[in-house]
Design a protein around this ligand. Sequence first.
Ligand code: GAL
Length: 709
Amino acid sequence: MTISLQWTSHVPGIWKTTIGDPSDLSPLAFIGCRPKTEALKQMGEAVFPFESGDVAAESKRRGPLLSVPLTASEKLYGLGLQFMKLNQRGRTRFLRVNSDPKQDTGESHAPIPFVVSDRGYGILIDTSRIVTVHLGSTMRLSETRPEQIFDRNNQRAQWKATLVSERMEFVLPSEGADVYVIAGNSALDVVRRYNLLCGGGALPPRWGLGFWHRVPTLFTDKQVMEEALEYRKREFPCDVIGLEPGWHSKSYPVTYEWYEGRYPNPKQFVADMDREGFKINLWEHPYVSPESKLFEKLLPLSGSYSVWGGLAPDYSLEEARTAYQEQHRREHLSIGVSGYKLDECDGSELTGNSWMFPAHAEFPSGHDGEQLRQMYGLMFQKMTTDLYREEDKRTYGLIRASGAGASSLPYALYSDLYDHKQFIRALCNASFSGLLWTPEVRKASSAEDWVRRMQAVCFSPMAMLNAWGDGTKPWSFPEVEHIVRHYIQLRMRLLPYLYTAFAKYHQDGTPPFRAMPLVTGSGPSESGGTLAGGAAVKVDTVDAAYGGNKKKEWDDQFMIGDDLLVAPLFAGEQERDVCLPPGRWYGLESGDTYEGGSVIRVAPGLERIPVFVRDGAVIPMTPWRPHAPRQGEQMPLLLCHFGDAEGGCMLYDDDGESFAYERGESVWRQAEVRRSADGSWSGTLAGHERSFPSTFGEVQWRFSLKKLE
Ligand code: GAL
């Protein structure tokens, strides 16, 4: 039976309809997403991207089915944090939260029913339940064309397991769901509108973009301090030290209380670390130990199943949230803890054991185990983000499960998986769904593997060594210590550029790290894949989705901001291909010149990760420091102009730590570089004279660089 859909204009460029009678618990409702309406308006008028009736819903015995027509060559991206491929066309995605997503099924730490089409539209399902999406992988009998049927015995080459279907189907929860249609002139536009719908991207504190180190789980306060000071001695920058389960008086299940044996005076410890320029981040998970003072309070507010013998609280209840928040405020925030690593909220299934309550668990709010599991990651992000906001402090942390609507939550995802190529692909894929991801380093099979992982992590949303289990240090491979030091220092030098890219994420929804399909700028097109400027560079073909996986997807390179392109190498590789968007590019550290709109081959040696900078770009930099500047501190600004073209950049500034920027205390400065008739270069920085307390002291210019000095 057909369900008639009433689309209402929700915010500029986004339409909404409600199918059925959805649960009150949904990601967007729980997070309380406040769309950035002004920024959405500035993106201009948009028309509903479908003909009337093209998006259809039917009521089926299993629940409502939503379907959307596809063109034969359309590519489909998103679906949350996916490790296996970029273009999801031709696949079926089962969007269940799973801590161990080794199979290409769609299950993931952060599965999101949000699909971005290269034709310039997006579909978002806002639900706390598992959704299955068939992205052109199902063929209705009535639509099956005889010319698509081949005989596998004799026509092996033409035969395909999945016929090219021109329909995408969403199997919605039986109770229904809210559905959003998002318009855009390009995939990037759609993603920007999605991020703005969710309140704009997260702006981490400046220190969050420094280097992070997580110490072995049973370290004591003294060992932590020693390790931290070793960073200073060896001139490795570091901003954040993460404590793992050993700081709790009991773990698995946890107490959220300090273990006196290792941390006799937590307040003093946090203050001492702060004096040396280190923030403290605390690991935790959701399951509350009977030994915790929170236990009695949370017992009646918890689900009907325990995990490791601990409570699984029902955080859809305000009373439970308040209990958790009060305890955290009192024991952690009040002594200066900077944030959390929110672990195990996806349930661990690494060994085939289910370390999670079942879907049929019942919770006092009336919600069930499926909903709480799908929502746990979002719930912890929201509760902790709110805590810091109350104190007018920004946080930045780690989360192992997430979902729809998370763009504004200041958390980076991570995983116990460790395939380096998958880690980079996840970084790319995160950019379609308002997620941030860290390809964290833990250990390495060789010095080469160590360097390649360290180089890449320094160009990611969170540069982190997670030594919780392996006790590694950045200098663990002495023969390559200098290379690792160089890249951690380079990350610090790029801080003004990185911070500006995040500010843009917050302001206009542009992801700071972008997969290559988001570098398209040519608007809706049947073929997709023309890169900014219009040159025909094939990113992949739709055939790849239906069997013939021959073409490269460029899922191993990405952009940071508008002007840097990063193309990591992986252990065992001496050279690689890079797909450069049109225009002239320079090797950031090699100085080599390349004409874009083409595929180039580079062989940089172990000392270098290939990073490319656009001709005419101005990269705002600073000398490296052991840690990021704290509120009120100044650093010198170095405006590095590259190449022969005139150009410029925007530079964002605020106090780096509070929410004062939301109250108008922020500034966008504009740098411009011009060449006069006699060939000499000059630069201007507008907005620097403003009374806003600048993070930048002395300003220096470098012109026409071919490589970084
Ligand atoms: C894992 C997590 C690791 C580490 C460990 C501590 O679940 O992914 O990074 O924190 O727990 O037990």
